[in-house]
Design a protein around this ligand. Structure first.
Ligand SMILES: [Zn+2]
Length: 183
């Protein structure tokens, strides 16, 4: 399974590809929103760990479905409208970012997701405790690194073609902020 880095990179690709108009706003908050939404379905790992001690207990169930992407996307967009000072992502963008996670899991791994839940329900088999989940996060990072590099190349090409890139500006702002805070 792609881990947070991979899903975030794929989320940034989805965001940049679908983004048509530039919206100024707090870049860090925008980055945080994209990261959160692109990783949201994997909250089921946390639920499993907290409730049963097994991260696989509910993994790839209802949160890895089209319906979840629609409902959670709608809720996320609604919450953003309520908190109007933050960046605004519409329902379609929120749904897309969440759904990018489900598609990535579906295409990049052999274990099934629950795309058409409640018509189908698949849980990832097996058992994973905190140690397994952390171990996985480390060993999967090579695959995620490759995904992130490919995403970076894609975003650079897109930036060249369009002459502008929200994600590029976003990442540059993050790098600058990081450099400032280490100084
Ligand atoms: Zn997942």
């Amino acid at each position: 399974m792609p881990m947070p880095l991979g899903h975030t990179a794929i989320g940034l690709v989805a965001f940049e590809t679908a983004q048509t108009t530039q919206r100024p706003g707090n870049r860090l908050a925008l980055f945080a929103y994209i990261t959160l939404l692109a990783n949201l379905p994997d909250l089921d790992i946390l639920f499993g760990l907290l409730l049963t001690g097994n991260g696989s207990a509910f993994h790839r169930g209802p949160t890895h479905s089209l319906l979840f992407a629609l409902v959670a996307g709608y809720l996320a967009a609604w919450l953003m409208r309520r908190w109007s000072r933050g960046p605004q992502l519409g329902f379609a963008m929120c749904g897309l970012l969440i759904f990018s996670h489900v598609v990535a899991d579906m295409l990049l791994t052999s274990a099934p997701v629950s795309l058409f839940w409640p018509l189908e329900l698949n849980f990832s088999m097996g058992y994973s405790d905190w140690g397994n989940v952390i171990q996985l996060a480390i060993f999967q990072s090579v695959q995620d690194f490759v995904i992130a590099v490919l995403a970076g190349i894609y975003l650079l090409i897109l930036r060249k073609m369009r002459g502008t890139s929200v994600v590029h500006d976003l990442l540059m702002a993050l790098v600058r902020r990081g450099a400032r805070s280490t100084r």
